[in-house]
Design a protein around this ligand. Structure first.
Ligand code: PMV
Length: 325
């Protein structure tokens, strides 16, 4: 058994669980079309506390299922069981920032509810968490939810350079998820403060890739993610940084950059080896690899340029039960 990938044991309500957010280094959007993606779980997480209740309630709101697509998607999942629960959430992951807040909520809640229905192994938890997010979002890949379930660095659709963790299915499609070694670097993320809808950005990129040059653009996304994953696994920081810059150019080309993202990338430049948007784009956040020793300068520059910057470190642990609330 891979360390940190132990099954989720059976438990009884009340229960508490957590799952981390994520940061995509290479391959967002292209992954939806079958290209590889490299991402890591971040040290910001969402916690849920789940108690028995006469009906489904989210953060004190008994009609949350009507307004909150992720909560509705959980309730509608056949595995959730008949026992309604009162769910309280606490999250340190900024919402709509491209940092996987919805995947972390999906995985933490799926983890807790799966425990109350007899426990679950990690591959099944990854599938169930993806089904919840997919049900709410309508489009997308299992990268975010797999990072929330596995922790650490992962590739989706990547080369066979790391241990295969699981395969996630979506109808006829399958996505292989593999472990990649953490190179041990510190990363800096900065949020523009501009929220956006992942589904809309994914559909717009889909339309862009349907043009005649789409296959060539997708092949370039795939090349960058494949070479970038090899470089991360080899600890080759210079190549990773160069490929981040190239990945951002392509994301700009397919229309998901934003003037605020461009301003942050520009501001990062003197203190970063490489920077790019991370997640769906069109707002959201950038991720930068700081020049060694320049983390503080980078954070200062990004704040001065109007971003909300913070240092992120990979979180080795994925979704887990916490001690009883
Ligand atoms: O911005 P986020 O956290 O919703 O990430 C989206 C990543 C995409 O590749 C754009 C979509 C996906 O499901 O993989």
């Amino acid at each position: 058994m891979t360390e940190g990938l132990a099954p989720i044991p059976a438990g009884h309500l009340p229960l508490s669980a957590q799952a981390p957010g994520k940061c995509i280094v290479f391959g967002e959007h292209a992954v939806v079309h079958g290209a590889p993606e490299l991402l890591f779980a971040i040290d910001l997480s969402t916690q849920v506390v789940v108690r028995p209740a006469p009906r489904w309630v989210l953060n004190g709101d008994p009609s949350a299922a009507e307004r909150h697509p992720y909560f509705r998607s959980v309730i509608q999942s056949p595995w959730a069981g008949a026992q309604p629960v009162d769910v309280r959430t606490v999250s340190r992951i900024p919402r709509g920032a491209g940092l996987g807040s919805s995947a972390a909520l999906s995985a933490a809640l799926t983890c807790a509810l799966s425990s109350t229905t007899g426990g679950v192994d990690r591959p099944a938890l990854a599938q169930r968490s993806f089904d919840v997010e997919r049900g709410a979002q309508g489009v997308g890949s299992p990268g975010d939810t797999s990072a929330a379930v596995a922790g650490g660095f992962l590739t989706v659709n990547g080369e066979a350079i790391g241990e295969s963790l699981w395969t996630v299915r979506d109808g006829d499609r399958t996505w292989n998820v593999r472990r990649v070694a953490d190179p041990g670097w510190v990363w800096v993320v900065a949020h523009t403060g501009i929220p956006r809808a992942t589904g809309d950005a994914v559909r717009a990129v889909g339309a862009r890739l349907a043009r005649p040059d789409g296959p060539t653009v997708l092949a370039e996304f795939a090349r960058i993610a494949t070479e970038g994953t090899r470089a991360v696994a080899a600890g080759d920081r210079k190549t990773v940084a160069e490929l981040m810059v190239r990945n951002h150019e392509l994301l700009r080309e397919v229309g998901v950059s934003h003037p605020r993202l461009e301003a942050l990338i520009e501001a990062a430049h003197p203190a970063a080896d490489g920077a790019k948007l991370t997640g769906a784009g069109a707002g959201g956040s950038i991720v930068a690899l700081p020049r060694e020793g320049a983390e503080t300068e980078l954070v200062r520059r990004l704040a001065r340029a109007g971003g909300l910057p913070f240092v992120v470190r990979p979180a080795p642990e994925g979704a887990s039960l916490l001690s009883s609330p």
